[in-house]
Design a protein around this ligand. Structure first.
Ligand code: FAD
Length: 492
């Protein structure tokens, strides 16, 4: 049995807070996989490094739309992978080396899976028991696999098996000629954009009547309308069975059936593909930690229960000295949220250590995490960005809402973009004039939403945001300005 002052499980955002403030403690970091976790190795960063070239390829293929002669002649798949992963892998190796080497003499890296055997004790895969005064659980989430005949979960993401997740698709030795994508959420849409733009024959299999169904209804409908022009999508369908091809390189068959979520749908009996990407969602890694078995409280969808101070709960009470952050406990599953929570956990640990015994810090001394105005983006084609409530949520919350939907083609930059489709939808409260939410579907959505995020974060009334500053003419954010100007408020 080895005892530490502080044990960190997971090196995604968890790896961020452990700085020189903790140099006097005996610390350990358990990481069973890549240092840096999902975002660096298989998530935000490499996907966006694929998305950008994909958008360049798409623009070239559609340049005629802007009266420009250009063409897309293919992608250098190995070259692209080398450019992306030489950078990512070097950062991963550097992070591991930094934590393991002489520069962190007080720290021990445990390169193994760990699971709890009681609230303050874990056992490693090789059988060592470890206790700690304080524990930070930052163990993230993993792709969910469906229980479908012909799909062997143990072989998914292993070399040569044609069914993959986001964990391995970017490292495939060859660009798939025919790719089937099961799912219609963020990850499915980003990879559909990447591989369609790179010239693969992509088919998206979606259960519902629309894509990105968690969006506001207007935004989801707009996205589905635009996306389905250039992407093959089968709505209202789900795989009934997978059949591997006979012999190496033979395509696999995906038998389809109606999902029951769309009326009068004409679903093909089967499609063929070289590779199938499963992108139906992600689940928190609490089961692998035996979190429920040792009594930690879980949400209905399997996340650790935490309070505003990121303290972990068991039996309805905070467990002294145990904190969590990121996808293991957050409803958001976003890197910027995980990073914010990591900062809060770091600060609260410092306070807790200074207070003496684990959990001794007074509650009013602790810092609360802020989950106000959490934005998100989908880097697909068109881009999508959201913040705050949907229109339905705002109405259900009892607000007297004012809503404006502005078309990109209403502003001069939209004309410059040859009237590319896109909308800005803003939802505000008629009386308080505060912005409740926004949904943008269209080019650069992730960038032009920022003034709305800022306004919500600082409680700036929508009419002041519209009129109280200059908006560069004729830049694309004018579409946001016009949407703000179109909101109607209770006269003062
Ligand atoms: C394809 C994809 C694209 C994404 N794009 C974006 C994006 O554009 N923007 C955005 O905000 N978010 C994006 N995300 C989500 C984002 O990556 C996550 O929200 C974020 O990385 C979560 O960080 P984390 O620290 O909570 O978990 P992780 O980074 O997943 O870290 C958890 C770590 O814990 C380790 N671990 C788990 N269990 C154990 C155990 N029992 N023992 C030892 N180690 C363990 C894991 O190996 C892992 O390294 C994307 C995700 C994916 C999959």
């Amino acid at each position: 049995m080895t005892h530490y002052d502080l044990l960190l499980i997971g090196t995604g955002s968890g790896n961020m807070f452990l700085d020189k403030r903790f140099a006097g403690l005996k610390t350990a970091i358990a990481e069973e996989w890549h240092f840096g976790g999902t975002c660096l190795n298989v998530g935000c960063i490499p996907t966006k490094m694929f998305v950008y070239p994909a958008t360049v390829a798409e623009e070239a293929a559609h340049a005629r739309r802007y009266d420009v002669e250009a063409s897309f002649d293919g992608v250098d798949w190995p070259g692209l992978q080398e450019r992306i992963f030489s950078r990512v892998d070097a950062i991963e190796a550097g992070g591991r080396e930094y934590r393991s080497g002489d520069r962190q003499p007080n720290n021990t890296v445990i390169p193994e899976h760990v699971r709890f055997i009681d609230e303050k004790t874990v056992v490693t895969a090789s059988g060592e028991e470890i206790t700690a005064d304080r524990i930070v659980i930052a163990a993230g989430a993993a792709p969910t696999l469906p229980d479908t005949p012909g799909l062997d979960p143990a072989r998914v993401d292993t070399p040569g098996y044609p069914i993959v997740t986001s964990n391995s698709i970017m490292r495939l030795p060859e660009q798939p000629k025919r790719l089937a994508i099961v799912g219609s959420g963020v990850i499915a849409m980003e990879f559909a954009h990447i591989f369609t733009s790179f010239g693969s024959d992509v088919t998206v299999i979606a259960r519902g009547p629309r894509l990105l169904q968690d969006l506001d209804g207007t935004a989801s409908a707009e996205f589905t309308k635009i996306f389905t022009v250039d992407h093959n999508v089968i709505l209202g369908a789900q795989p009934a069975a997978y059949r591997l091809g006979d012999g190496e390189g033979a395509p696999m068959t995906i038998e389809l059936e109606p999902s029951g979520r769309v009326d009068d749908v004409d679903v093909p009996a089967a499609i063929e593909a070289d590779i199938v990407l499963i992108a139906i969602g992600r689940h928190p890694n609490t089961a692998g930690l035996d979190a429920a078995e040792v009594g930690y409280d879980l949400t209905p969808d399997g996340r650790l229960v935490v309070d505003a101070f990121q303290r972990v709960y068991a039996g309805g009470e905070p467990v002294p000295g145990v904190f969590a952050l990121g996808d293991i406990s957050s409803e958001h599953q976003l890197k910027h949220v995980a990073n914010h929570e990591a900062r809060v956990v770091g600060d609260n640990l410092v306070i807790d250590v200074a207070a003496g015994a684990p959990g001794a810090a007074a509650e009013d001394a602790l810092e609360a995490a802020s989950h106000k105005a959490v934005p998100a983006a989908v880097f697909t084609s068109p881009q999508v960005a959201t913040v705050g409530m949907t229109e339905d949520e705002a109405r259900q919350a009892g607000h007297d809402v004012t809503v404006k939907v502005q078309q990109y083609s209403d502003v001069a930059y939209g004309w410059a973009m040859a009237d590319d489709p896109g909308i800005v939808k803003i939802i505000a409260d008629r009386d308080s004039r505060l912005i409740l939410g926004a949904q943008i579907v269209g080019a650069e959505a992730s960038m032009i939403i920022q003034p709305l995020i800022q306004a919500m974060a600082f409680d700036q009334p929508a009419d002041e945001v519209a009129r109280g500053q200059y908006w560069i003419h004729p830049a694309l954010p004018e579409v946001v300005e016009n949407a703000l100007l179109g909101l109607e408020f209770t006269p003062r």
